[in-house]
Design a protein around this ligand. Structure first.
Ligand code: S3P
Length: 454
C-alpha cells in the first residue's frame, strides 16, 4: 500500500537513449528546515524552490498545528509567519507525520523545550522506526516521551518546563539526531553542545547561523564540536532552496545506465556532506561531469552531466564516506549491478533503519533480478554483472520506501527484461514529479493498470 492511497503498480523498460535536461525539485532536508526555522523566527520567512513532496507538506501542516502561519503562493513559493523561539502553541490534534522520519524527529526537537504536549504518529514505516535516539537526548533537556515499546510511534512528547542546556555526543551518525538536539537547544538558556564523531549533513548549522543564531563549529580529536547559544531571536530569511542531490541521483544514474544517454541535471546542491555518491560514481569510471560550478544561497551548486558509461568498475566505498551518501546506497547498488566486479559497501548499518531496511529491500530485489548480493549487519557486497548482464523480469516491493521504488525503476532501464514495482506511491514523499521528469528524458517508466502480482 502506498502511504497516501491505493497501490500504484509501475513498470520500467529498456528503450531509447535518455537525453535532454531535467530540473529536479528542491532539497528535502533544506525544505523541512526552512519551514521549521521560519516557524521559530519572528516575522515572515520567504522560501522559493521548496520541495512539495508529501514529507515536506507534512512539515508545513505540523508548523501550522504549532501555531505558525504557512502559506503557499505558487509552485515552490511559500512563506512562513513564525511564532519565535519558545512560541509554539499546543497542537489541537495528533500530528500524523506520514512517512517522514526527518520531519517528525526535527519537530520533536523543536518542541521539546517548550511546555506543551504533542502526540505524533505516522504510517507503518514510520511507526516501525526507532525514536529512542531522539527521545533520549531530549530527556536530558527535561522533555518526557511516552511511546510504544522501543520508543516507537505513536508517541506523546511533553516539552520541558524549565529546560537546561545539554552536552551530547551522538551515538549514531545522524543529522536528524544532531538537528533535534540543536533545535531543542534553541529554547534552553546557555550553551548546548553537540559532539559529532562523524560529520553528517550540516544544513541545520548553516541555516541556524543564517537565521542569526550564535553557533560555532570546532574540529577536534573527538570530532566536530557544535556549540549553540540558546534563546536567540531568530530573524526571518529569504531562502532559495537548491535542487536535491539525493533526487538528482536517479536521473543521473539512469543516464549512466541507459544505452546511448546524455542528460543534464542543472543546479544541484553539492554540499560536501551530501555529495559522496558523485565521488563514488566517478571512482567507478562513470562519465559524469560537474559543469558550471558556482555558489547559490551559501551552498555549492553545479550542473551534472551524465553520459552512458558502459565500462564502470566495482569499488570499495570508503566507510567514512557513508554519511555523505547515506540515502544514495539503493541507487548505487543498482549501478553496481551493471559494473564489472564487486562493489563493497561497509559501515552502513543505518541503512537498516531507514524508511525500510534498505539493505534487505535491495538485496531481495537484486537477487530476484539475477544479481548476487552478500550482506552482513553493517555491510553488503553487490557482484556486478557488467553492462547488459542483468536479466530483470521480476516484480519487486517498494516497502513504503520512495528510494527503493525509484532505484528499481532506474534499474529497469538497463535490464534485459522489464522491472515491475508493486507500488510507486511512496515516490511522492520526496520526488512528486519523478514520472514526468523521467518521461521528459525519454525513459520508459509507466504506471500499470492492474496491480502486478508481487
Ligand atoms: C536527513 C538525515 C538522514 C537522511 C534523511 C534526511 C536530514 O537521516 O537519511 O533522508 O535531513 O537530516 P539520519 O539522520 O537518520 O541519518
Amino acid at each position: 500500500m502506498s502511504a497516501h492511497g491505493d497501490p500504484i503498480p509501475m513498470i520500467s523498460r529498456k528503450g531509447k537513449p535518455l537525453s535532454g535536461t531535467a530540473e529536479v525539485p528542491g532539497d528535502k532536508s533544506i525544505s523541512h528546515r526552512s519551514l521549521i526555522l521560519g516557524a521559530l523566527s519572528v516575522g515572515e520567512t520567504k522560501v522559493t524552490g521548496l520541495l512539495e513532496g508529501q514529507d515536506v507538506l507534512d512539515t508545513a501542516a505540523a508548523m501550522r498545528a504549532f501555531g505558525a502561519e504557512v502559506t503557499r503562493h505558487g509552485p515552490g513559493a511559500w512563506s512562513v509567519h513564525g511564532v519565535g523561539v519558545g512560541g509554539f502553541g499546543e497542537p489541537a490534534d495528533v500530528i500524523d507525520y506520514g512517512n517522514s522520519g526527518t520531519g517528525v524527529r526535527l519537530v520533536m526537537g523543536a518542541m521539546a523545550t517548550t511546555p506543551i504536549a504533542a502526540t505524533f504518529t505516522g504510517d507503518a514505516s514510520l511507526r516501525s522506526r526507532p525514536m529512542g535516539r531522539i527521545t533520549e537526548p531530549l530527556a536530558l533537556f527535561g522533555a518526557e516521551a511516552h511511546g510504544r515499546a522501543g520508543g516507537r510511534l505513536p508517541l506523546v512528547l511533553k516539552g520541558a518546563r524549565s529546560p537546561g542546556p545539554v552536552r551530547y555526543t551522538l551515538p549514531v551518525a545522524s543529522a536528524q539526531v544532531k538537528s533535534a538536539v540543536l533545535l531543542a537547544g534553541l529554547n534552553a538558556p546557555g550553551e548546548t553542545v553537540v559532539v559529532e564523531p562523524e560529520a553528517t549533513r550540516d544544513h541545520t548549522e548553516r541555516m541556524l547561523r543564517g537565521f542569526g543564531a550564535e553557533l560555532s563549529v570546532e574540529e577536534s580529536a573527538e570530532g566536530r564540536i557544535i556549540t549553540l547559544t540558546g534563546q536567540p531571536e531568530l530573524r526571518p530569511q529569504t531562502i532559495a532552496v537548491p535542487r536535491d542531490p539525493s533526487s538528482a541521483a536517479f536521473p543521473v544514474c539512469a543516464g549512466l545506465l541507459a544505452e546511448g544517454s546524455d542528460v543534464l541535471i542543472p543546479g544541484i546542491g553539492l554540499n560536501p556532506t551530501r555529495a559522496g555518491l558523485y565521488t563514488t560514481l566517478r571512482e567507478m569510471g562513470a562519465d559524469l561531469a560537474f559543469e558550471n560550478e558556482r555558489e547559490e544561497g551559501g551552498e555549492p551548486v553545479a550542473d551534472l552531466r551524465a553520459r552512458f558509461s558502459p565500462a564502470m568498475r566495482g569499488i570499495e566505498v570508503p566507510p567514512e564516506r557513508a554519511a555523505s551518501m547515506i540515502d544514495e546506497y539503493p541507487v548505487l547498488s543498482v549501478v553496481a549491478a551493471f559494473a564489472e566486479g564487486k562493489t563493497v559497501m561497509r559501515g552502513v548499518k543505518e541503512l537498516r533503519v531507514k524508511e525500510s531496511d534498505r539493505i534487505d529491500a535491495m538485496a531481495v530485489g537484486l537477487r530476484a533480478a539475477g544479481v548476487e548480493v552478500e550482506e552482513g549487519e553493517d555491510w553488503w557486497i553487490v557482484h556486478g554483472r557488467g553492462m547488459g548482464g542483468v536479466t530483470g523480469g521480476v516484480t519487486v516491493q517498494s516497502r513504503l520506501d520512495h528510494r527503493i521504488a525509484m532505484a528499481f525503476m532506474v534499474m529497469g532501464l538497463a535490464t534485459e527484461k522489464p522491472m515491475r514495482l508493486d507500488d510507486g506511491g511512496p515516490i511522492a514523499t520526496s520526488f512528486p514529479i519523478f514520472e514526468p521528469l523521467m518521461a521528459g528524458l525519454g525513459a520508459d517508466i509507466a504506471r500499470e493498470a492492474e496491480p502486478a502480482d508481487a
